[in-house]
Design a protein around this ligand. Sequence first.
Ligand SMILES: [Zn+2]
Ligand SMILES: [Zn+2]
Length: 372
Amino acid sequence: MARLPGTVQIMKSQCPACGTPTLRFVRGGDSRIADCSSCHGLWFEDGALNDAISSEHDHVDDHSHEVNLGQRLRTSDRQCRRCRVPMEHYQLLSNYRVEIDCCPSCDGVWLDHDEVEQVMHSPLLKDALADLNKKVSWKSWLFQFFTAMPVEYNVQPQKVPFVTWTLIALCTVIFLGNLNGPESEHWILVNLGLNSDSPDPIQIVLQLLTYQFVHGGLMHLLGNMYFLWIIGDNLEDALGHWAFLGLYLLSGMMAALAELLLFDSSQGPLLLVGASGSIAALFGLYLMWFRHASLTFMIVVYQKKLAPHWYFLIWSGINIFGMFTSQGGVAWAAHLGGFGFGLLLGYVLRDHVMRRNPLIAMLNQPEAQIRR
Ligand SMILES: [Zn+2]
Ligand SMILES: [Zn+2]
């Protein structure tokens, strides 16, 4: 059969999946890839799948997809369109539960329509699953034992998270201003913190933004900045820089409004500072979009990787307990208000974020097996 560039060749060959009698060779003139017009599956012959994968990923050479393939599972009920022998089921990746059909005699591969995207991303998926399935080690244990902070296991962001870094830098610079002496500390608290008795409504609106950058103590700053550091980068990557910045600031404002509504004014005016409310909203987003990530939790000396929903369930429990039992000092309502707003935003934006980030979408499917 002669190949004519730019045209579609129809050939008499049965679709291995749906039995349609004709497959069409298309796809940019590559005569080794055919698609089925009825079920939209794809046939790859003579190593065409290797070439297609390696042309999408710089670090993949022409043969490495074969090492990505997981174990041979069993004989398939589909037949190779060329050799007329039953094909074999292979697991796509060792920690990814998708099965593809390969011909044992000619190296032809059949992919159902919904498998194409996953197979094309298999080198990325393989690296991501290796990161996510890392075990806790003596290093993560030592870190958490001495800092009381969780270790995060998630995919590496593709973009440089410069908004996250800038937010951390601004909070740090303003905190260093406190060290300039009691007068400067007082000025920062009164003017940049959120004061419910500020005389001017415009000033209160500005303070809804600025209070997010003010911290009362070093531990308050370090705790908040650590969480912003570990989860901000993935969220900024998923949303894009400016949407991330906008949602971060908006969340901080919503958290402050929750605190303003619920605080007890008989105890005097409210003075609110800190990034905790904004960061609590990031927890909500993270829980909705990164079910495959893990955060470690330590009970006395035992360290365990937890899924985000377990981790933040425990965190919310501590906050609800604190709201009903403590005498003030911590803005529990701002934490829970921010978290609730983050969950709502995370739910509303979920489809948009998954469309923008195919890798994250795949890791959110039940096919991805995460070991905790
Ligand atoms: Zn078909
Ligand atoms: Zn074959």
